[in-house]
Design a protein around this ligand. Structure first.
Ligand SMILES: CC(C)(COP(=O)(O)OP(=O)(O)OC[C@H]1O[C@@H](n2cnc3c(N)ncnc32)[C@H](O)[C@@H]1OP(=O)(O)O)[C@@H](O)C(=O)NCCC(=O)NCCS
Length: 158
């Protein structure tokens, strides 16, 4: 039997920066929710791909809330990190901040949890390395993701 390797969340974490341009905005001159979701999806996919060293597909996006508008001309910074690795799937948390470049003030705008599946060249799910959380925060996120997975699986089994 092949032994699965282990990777830490730090080994695949991603920081992605975007500038909000007029083409990214709604009629209020604020960032479009759909554009934000696109960036969240890309940041999450990069972290998942880096962990699995393969192509990945988004299989689920948990509820995302938009509580703070992001204005045109602001910088958006997305931090994506694995919280859990299953057999072929990976859970990723993406934390999003907006920074006003004139004042330097940075606020947290969103938090999202996504699940990706690692795929081979025939687009079939493949096994990913296990996740080895290290910090207290990584361990607590790991337990949270594990709990949500068990809940989802027990609902499916009913
Ligand atoms: C990703 C895909 C290949 C998975 O194929 P599948 O036959 O459904 O595979 P499985 O049922 O074995 O599930 C694979 C993994 O995804 C997980 N998964 C499936 N549905 C899920 C959901 N709704 N939420 C979270 N995880 C889910 C399973 O638990 C499994 O994880 P594990 O191997 O770590 O235990 C297939 O669902 C697909 O092609 N989806 C479309 C992907 C896509 O186009 N994404 C872009 C959206 S626009």
């Amino acid at each position: 039997m092949k032994i699965r390797s282990k990777k830490t969340p730090s080994q695949s974490k991603i920081e992605m920066t975007q500038l909000v341009l007029p083409n990214d905005t709604n009629l209020l001159n604020n960032l479009l929710g759909g554009r934000m979701l696109h960036w969240i999806d890309i940041a999450g996919a990069l972290a998942a791909s880096k962990h699995a060293n393969s192509k990945v597909a988004t299989v689920a996006i948990e509820r995302v809330e938009f509580r703070e508008p992001v204005n045109v001309g602001e910088m958006v910074i997305l931090y994506a990190k694995l919280t859990y690795a299953g057999n072929t799937s990976m859970d990723i948390k993406v934390d999003v901040y907006a920074e006003n470049l004139e004042t330097g003030i940075r606020i947290k705008t969103n938090k999202a949890y996504l699940t990706f599946v690692a795929l081979d060249h025939q687009e079939k799910p493949i096994t990913v390395p296990r996740l080895k959380p290290e910090t207290p925060n990584e361990i607590s996120e790991y337990k949270l993701s594990e709990g949500k997975r068990n809940e989802r699986k027990s609902k499916l089994a009913k």
